[in-house]
Structure formats: structure tokens, C-alpha cells
Design a protein around this ligand. Structure first.
Ligand code: KIV
Ligand code: ZN
Length: 386
């Protein structure tokens, strides 16, 4: 039996930290309902202590969804934890996500705390929260710049205090796949009580490695991946969850993991999040970009007309796109042009194709992309000349 990887979506919290993004309660609920359709296991709905509006939104999200667990972030202090307890009062299937920084840089330059003080704070907060929540996730902020032995020590203490999920964020997108895998291997091999908790990865994309790092962590034993749809988030963003989901599915032969993600819901989810956040998806973005299933060169177009698997490792329909797109331009070949005419309802002979193709190439030298109206005009001019 393949192991199950849990998907933790933080679009409504870390994703909202994208500069310029501010989601109101109604928008958060709409996104959360979509994430439920996508099959997300855990939704981080916000940061209850941030503002009364965020607390109300966190509560509204928890009331709106049925299947996913809903959590709120909290810093390691009683005030933040109380804000989460209050926001979730009387609601089932909720949890808390507490974090404190563990790296020497953060301990010395931000928190002004010793290692012992960090552990004491973490333990106090986790034990307090565990009295209210069955699900207590604990994150070692800036884990990837923390001494491994200290991470292990923190982990052992918070496990004993009642944490159920341990997250090791690559907060500043600093780690590499090999190094991140070693962190998880080390924790799994050396931490007392680790068999009782789920390990989680959380990657930022500052060096463009968020997907590679997440997948390396999963290969090394992490059973939860955290990120945002469309890869939005602080600075260069969080890992794009759709990339990890598509990768685990496409390369199931290699990773041998199961997920609860309904891949066909990806396109719809991506579009909604893009519309409500105002953050557009780059055309070349993996899995969800407009060009992800568009073929432009003649050689590739000829290949996909003969058999899509020649240049497509994912079916567009499998992630909710309607179809493969052949972009007509100067690199397109005769077969792509003929296919487009057929799709538009024209059946043309080889002789007609030969003639119209010459005109098409002349036009393509002048125009970057050729639209349906252009090729119809070419054919109709041809016909009326005869
Ligand atoms: O990137 C990070 O470290 C975080 C924590 C708050 C979990 O988002
Ligand atoms: Zn983060």
C-alpha cells in the first residue's frame, strides 16, 4: 500500500502575505470551498490574532467546510493561542498551528532568546494548546538554518508536550533538495517519539527550488506538504501545491504515494485564486499556465497530432483544462494548419492545403500569432479567387 501524503493549503494565510493581496471573509470562504473540492486535507484559514476580521474569517471558513481540517496560525504566546481558541469555540474539526523561530540568526537577532528559552516557550505553548485541540502543529521557523541537533531537541520536547504534526519550514527558501532530505532523515532516525507524529515540509521559492525541495522531503519521509495554489506567498512565494500534486501523480511509478487531491479541480481552483487575489498566473507556469498545454513548433505540433504522448506528460483534461492548444505561427507545420481547419468545420484537399499553407507562412512572417479569423480569411480569399 502506498503511503498517503497530506496536502496543507496556506493560500489564505501565507498566500495572503503576498504583497498587495487582501482577502475579505466572503472571498476566503469561497476559496476554502473550492479547496475542499480540490481535496485539500488541511486549510490554514488565517492568523486569528492578526485582526478581528481575520479571526472572524478563520471562524467563517471553519463553519463553511465539512471535510478538511481547518487551522489558524499562532505565534508562541498565550495571547495568540487564545485568539485561536476563541475563534474556533464550538466548532469541530479544527486545530492550531504554533510556530517559533529556532535558527541562531533568528534566536540572536530577532527573538533575543537562548536555546533553552526557545524550548521552554515552545513546550509551554504546545502543552497549553493541547488542552484545547487534538490537532496541534508545531513549526520550527527557519528550520533549514537551524542546527540539526537543536531541531531534534526541540522536536522531542514538543512531541512530549502534545504536538501531533512537526513542520520544518524552509522559511527563506535557502535549502537544497539534498540538504532538506537529510534534515528529514536525521529527524526520523534520531528523534524520540517521532513515530507518533506526522512530519511536514513547507518551502518558499526564493531560489526557485520550492517544488524540488518539497518533493525531496516527501521522498525522505515527510507525509505532509504545505504550500499555496498558484505558488503565491511572501516574497517569491510558497511551493505551488498543484505542481507537487501533479508530480506525485505523474511519477507515481517513482514516488509511490497517494494523495486526496482531485487533479481535475486544479484549473478551476487556480483561476478563482488568481481572480480573487489579483495575482495573475505566468503563461509558462507549470501545470496551470496558459501555455502549459500549448504547442507552437511544427515538429511538436506534428507529434501531438499523431499521438499526444509524444510531447505531453500530463493530459490537459486531467488537471481541468479543456484541451491541448496548437498555437499557429511561423513554426507551425502543414498538419497543424489542416487540423485547425477541420476543427473549424472546413474540409480541405491536399491541393488547397498546399496553396493556403504558402499564404499562411507569408502571413506568419508578419504576425506573431495567427488566429482563426486569419486562416478563415486566407481560405476564403483563396476560394473566391478561383
Ligand atoms: O515560512 C514559514 O516559516 C512559515 C511559518 C509561520 C510556518 O510560514
Ligand atoms: Zn511560510
Amino acid at each position: 500500500m502506498n503511503e498517503r501524503v497530506y496536502f496543507f493549503d496556506t493560500t489564505l494565510r501565507d498566500g495572503e502575505q503576498t504583497p498587495g493581496v487582501n482577502l475579505n471573509q466572503e472571498e476566503k470562504v469561497e476559496i476554502a470551498l473550492r479547496l475542499e473540492q480540490l481535496g485539500i486535507d488541511v486549510i490554514e484559514a488565517g492568523f486569528a490574532a492578526a485582526s478581528p476580521g481575520d479571526a472572524a474569517a478563520v471562524r467563517a471558513v471553519a463553519n463553511a467546510v465539512t471535510k478538511p481540517l481547518v487551522v489558524s496560525l499562532a505565534r508562541a504566546n498565550k495571547g495568540d493561542i487564545d485568539a485561536v481558541i476563541n475563534a474556533f469555540t464550538g466548532i469541530e474539526n479544527v486545530g492550531i498551528h504554533i510556530f517559533i523561530a529556532t535558527s541562531p540568526i533568528h534566536r540572536e537577532k530577532k527573538l533575543f532568546m537562548s536555546k533553552e528559552e526557545v524550548i521552554k516557550k515552545a513546550v509551554e505553548c504546545v502543552s497549553y494548546a493541547a488542552q484545547y485541540f487534538k490537532h496541534v502543529e508545531f513549526s520550527c521557523e527557519d528550520a533549514t538554518r537551524t542546527e540539526l541537533d537543536f531541531l531534534r531537541e526541540v522536536a522531542e520536547h514538543v512531541i512530549e508536550a502534545g504536538a501531533t504534526v512537526l513542520n520544518f519550514p524552509d522559511t527563506v527558501g535557502y535549502t537544497t533538495p539534498e540538504e532538506y532530505a537529510q534534515l528529514f532523515q536525521y529527524i526520523l532516525e534520531h528523534t524520540k517519539g517521532v513515530e507518533n507524529v506526522r512530519l511536514s515540509c513547507h518551502c518558499h521559492d526564493d531560489l526557485g527550488l520550492a517544488a524540488s525541495n518539497s518533493i525531496a522531503a516527501i521522498k525522505a519521509g515527510a507525509l505532509q506538504v504545505e504550500g499555496c495554489v498558484n505558488g503565491i506567498g511572501e516574497r517569491a512565494g510558497n511551493v505551488a501545491l498543484e505542481e507537487v500534486a501533479a508530480l506525485l501523480e505523474t511519477r507515481k511509478d517513482y514516488y509511490q504515494k497517494e494523495t486526496g487531491i482531485n487533479l481535475t479541480e486544479i484549473a478551476k481552483t487556480s483561476k478563482l485564486i488568481s481572480r480573487l487575489t489579483g495575482v495573475s498566473v505566468p503563461p509558462n507556469k507549470a501545470v496551470i499556465g496558459n501555455n502549459a498545454f500549448a504547442h507552437s513548433s511544427g515538429i511538436h505540433q506534428d507529434g501531438v497530432i499523431k499521438d499526444k504522448t509524444t510531447y505531453e506528460i500530463l493530459k490537459p483534461e486531467s488537471v481541468g483544462f479543456v484541451e491541448t492548444k496548437l498555437v499557429l505561427g511561423k513554426l507551425s507545420g502543414r498538419n497543424a494548419l489542416k487540423k485547425r481547419y477541420e476543427e473549424l468545420g472546413y474540409s480541405i484537399t491536399q491541393e488547397q492545403l498546399k496553396e493556403v499553407f504558402t499564404k499562411f507562412k507569408e502571413l506568419a512572417d508578419r504576425k506573431k500569432e495567427i488566429f482563426d479569423e486569419d486562416i478563415i480569411a486566407l481560405l476564403e480569399t483563396k476560394t473566391s479567387e478561383q
